[in-house]
Design a protein around this ligand. Sequence first.
Ligand SMILES: *Cc1c(COP(=O)(O)O)cnc(C)c1O
Length: 367
Amino acid sequence: MKSIIHYTKPSITELEVAYATDAARNGWGEKCYEYIHKFEEKFKEFTGAKYAIATSSCTGALHMGLAAIGVGPGDEVILADTNWIASAAPITYLGATPVFVDVLPDSWCVDPDAVEKAITPRTKAIIAVHIYGNLCDLDKLLALGEKYGLPVIEDAAEAIGSYWHGNKHAGSMGKFGVFSFHGTKTLTTGEGGMFITSDPELYEQVLTLSNHGRARGQTKQFWPDAIGYKYKMSNIQAAIGCGQMERIGDLIARKRQIFAYYQAGLADLSGVSMNPEPLNTQNGYWMPSVVFGKETGITREKLQVAFKNENIDARVFFYPLSSLPMFIEKSTNTNAWDIPNRAINLPSYHDITIQELDRVIEVVKKS
Ligand SMILES: *Cc1c(COP(=O)(O)O)cnc(C)c1O
């Protein structure tokens, strides 16, 4: 049996280990927030957002943000059908309904025209999820938000290193943005997330919510002013995050290198498309993916068997959320239902070798 090729795996160096060790040894008492604040500072600088709050997960960051903008029972929130459930679950936590719309065939991100058609008087927000690092059409979505008075939220969990119009980082353009530092993501703290915004009022609201409803200015001890949440990141996780932030340029560059290698290796294969990078944007390429054209007759099942036989952990493209048992609905989202049937995610961890990349390319080519 050939050695296994994992689909993702973190890159942890002596730097992260040293910071985590320091946090475990010294980061207590008055120093218990030191790495958290440093991590938030570095993240603000990197994304260009005015405010950042480190959280225990992206799901938690999204939950608090949606609560802060007032999403509640009876409301609808529009997002793409092609998604991981984490982008939709917080909507349901608040008693609101996720409305799943179709994706574009090339970016696999939400179709702005479908969003507009889905807007009703109950619509409270639009969530733009930058899937696999691919950017949503933010110009169109932000214009829709403007036209209908709806906040556009960016789920940039998979989009660190993705830039719109040259220098605008994913997550920094909407009402707020959220990120994930789960072990599979480009930057990891094991588990963790980040809430970013440039809106001072929203920041204060989420800060209060994140601390069990205790406002920053509240001088009375143990005095919450509202029911809040507990989605904080620990100082030890943030220490690892600080190490990762010092290496973020390298982490993203490697993702881009891996993508470029796959792209070059598969260039002469017809009927295959990969993550797009439209002019004047940069894709962080969290997850290089291949979608086979319908005419090729290649299916997810065939791909899964081919990769399994070579001991390569390639992952299936996200199933449409509208196909899951808790959401199941009749859907006219043809792209979201069709694309995953003929697509697969390719391994892309930092330390993957040329030989391993070549093994992956061989499997795709033989399919
Ligand atoms: C990973 C991911 C999340 C969830 O992140 P957690 O930190 O695990 O809560 C949310 N949205 C997207 C698009 C993701 O890829």
